[in-house]
Design a protein around this ligand. Structure first.
Ligand SMILES: NC(=O)c1ccc[n+]([C@@H]2O[C@H](COP(=O)([O-])OP(=O)(O)OC[C@H]3O[C@@H](n4cnc5c(N)ncnc54)[C@H](OP(=O)(O)O)[C@@H]3O)[C@@H](O)[C@H]2O)c1
Length: 222
């Protein structure tokens, strides 16, 4: 199951899963699917989870949602650009929303088989790796997401001991999210990033649950 499959990386993840012979059904759930859900509306998340639960268990749940900019928001270059409403929106979509996905969908993971819940974070959410500054809302919302994933992983280990819960950095990827800010920097194609991320999830050991991992499997410092 892929949340955010209308996005650049999410659509590539869905394509890769559709081609994978080990994947019986690959499902996309987002604002324009049936059932639909919006990260900023918890009832829609609960209702989608209840509808999908009728079809049985889901072995792999990937959250590829997120926001960096839209018509109403752009990442802050300096403190003067900080606006409480924009910060609140970044937290709602990038941190609270994924936590609500976990809240309502973790029950769909199998009890006695391997399962995974992975959420796309970003290296810029690493506090110790922050040497450039700026992007207050995006950075802090991803740092909050990382803490949510770590905390959820501890609870999941008690309820679904064969499942892993991961925060993943996809690399800098050519999507509409990174388009305005990539400059001359090399970016991965979404299909490449998706293949890498699926390998990282596949190879993740149970003892790595709660980790923050990059597309190459390396651990990112918090
Ligand atoms: N691209 C990069 O270089 C890069 C680097 C590091 C981390 N990431 C992370 O990777 C993830 C995917 O990024 P991307 O580049 O693929 O971005 P994208 O193309 O902009 O896709 C974002 C996805 O999030 C969904 N979404 C946004 N707000 C939502 C809401 N309120 N409810 C439900 N869905 C919502 C969008 O759905 P709609 O179609 O409905 O808007 C879309 O499917 C994000 O978490 C991003 O922070 C990306």
């Amino acid at each position: 199951m892929v949340f955010g499959a209308s996005g650049g990386i999410g659509s590539a993840l869905l394509r890769a899963l559709e081609k994978d012979p080990r994947c019986a059904v690959a499902a996309a759930v987002g604002r324009n699917t049936a059932p639909a859900l919006d990260l900023e509306a918890e009832p829609s998340i609960r209702e989608a989870a209840e509808a999908i639960a009728k079809d049985g268990t889901v072995h792999l749940i990937i959250d590829a949602t997120g926001i960096l900019h839209d018509v109403d928001m752009s990442p802050e270059k300096t403190i003067d650009a900080v606006d409480p409403a924009t910060i609140a929106r970044a937290f709602a979509v990038n941190a609270t929303g994924p936590l609500l996905l976990f809240k309502h969908f973790h029950r769909l993971l199998p009890r006695d088989e391997r399962g995974a819940f992975a959420s796309l974070s970003a290296r810029v959410g690493s506090i110790s790796d922050n040497a450039l500054g700026g992007w207050y809302g995006y950075r802090a919302s991803k740092a909050a997401l990382n803490m949510f994933i770590r905390t959820a992983a501890i609870e999941l280990a008690r309820k679904r001991p064969l499942a892993v819960c991961l925060a993943l950095h996809p690399g800098t990827v050519q999507t509409q999210l990174s388009d305005p800010y990539s400059g001359s920097r090399e970016r991965f194609q979404p299909d490449h990033s998706a293949e890498q991320l699926l390998q990282v999830i596949d190879r993740a050991q149970i003892c790595q649950t709660g980790s923050f991992l990059a597309y190459d499997g390396s651990e990112i410092p918090w």
